[in-house]
Design a protein around this ligand. Sequence first.
Ligand SMILES: [Zn+2]
Length: 415
Amino acid sequence: MPNIQFCKRCLYTTAHPLGLTLDEEGICSGCRIHEEKDMLDWAERWSMLEALVKPYRNQNGKNYDCIIPVTGAQDSYYIVHLVKERLGLNPLLVTYNKYFNTPLGIRNLANLRIRFNCDILYQNVNPISVKKITRSTLRQFGSIYWPILAGQTVFPVQTAVRYRIPLIIWGAHQGIEQVGMFSHEHEVEMTRRYRKDHDLMGHEADDLLSIFDTLKEEDIWQYRYPDDHDLNAVGVRGIYLGNYVRWDQKAQHEQMIMKYNYHSSSFTRTFDSYDYVDCFNYMSLHDQLKLYKHGFSKVTDHASREIRHGRLTREEGLALVRHHEKSPVEYAQLFMDWLGLTQRSLQFIMDQHRNPRFWNQPEFGQWEFNGWSVHHYSNSYEHQGNCPLPDIFEVNDKLEYDRDAKYITIGRGWP
Ligand SMILES: [Zn+2]
């Protein structure tokens, strides 16, 4: 693997798709920006946030104060908790139907709505268009998540314009959390550009029309970002709470389990049982594709984060990565049934997206992993046999909840 350098502290490399640099001590930009979490005056930053949101409080009680994009997982509970309970704002929750919904995610979302007593808007794009786009982006970009990432990032913005609610509140900024793209003190906000470059792999909805002759206007229009004229007329802006609150996903989720009965689930491909419990594919098929394309998978993100927070050593993190990234992909059959693909054709398409930088093919059809974790320097700690690894994440449920493993297209609320 030529021209790839490894951070001495976490498990990231200079091949990170969001872009990452190493300083003269061999420490990456993500680790350096993480150090700010223990240096900044967070009480002061919280006051800045209070001042920032003040003008958005609705005086006459006839509209919402802000929009919060939510799902049945990730940081949704914590964001709503901060906005509603601590800032005292009246949010409109919005959620994009990702179709790969787990029963547990539907349960968590219903519980969120009820516990916080919030209004919520659902966007359900018709399944025929979603499947057409998924089939196209899987073939072309090796991504089954393009419509979801596009929908989750655009529906809140469209809603802001439509309902004239200028303020959108997001959780942490991924570019800051993972690779230290900006300082917390830059207070970066949501942009069309970041969404296109990083969330959508460089392809906006309109680009899909020229790339795929299978897609038509009627398939993609719901994913189109509002134009500047409309955004400016309402004054839409999107802020990130991670710039004002010391972001710690593990601690936050544990607080949400205690306080609001958030439910978690174990995964074969990572040790973090809190993230992504709303989706059958994010931590399975999508994660495998990430490993094919980028030479690392989500468990590297989770381990690097935990190393930075001081809860794992680098050696422990590396052992966890090596253990989980080889784990089997679960629930792939559900996806094949949903899209009408055979195992053979799915594997064929996926193999097309193996990055030769991270995968050797000694013989036709045989693949040898040559990704990040193979080349990491390791003192002695090699994982052997059953996982002798720190069990620091709480598991209190499973993705299936109380029913079968099946995508829930439209979930009625049940807590
Ligand atoms: Zn690092």
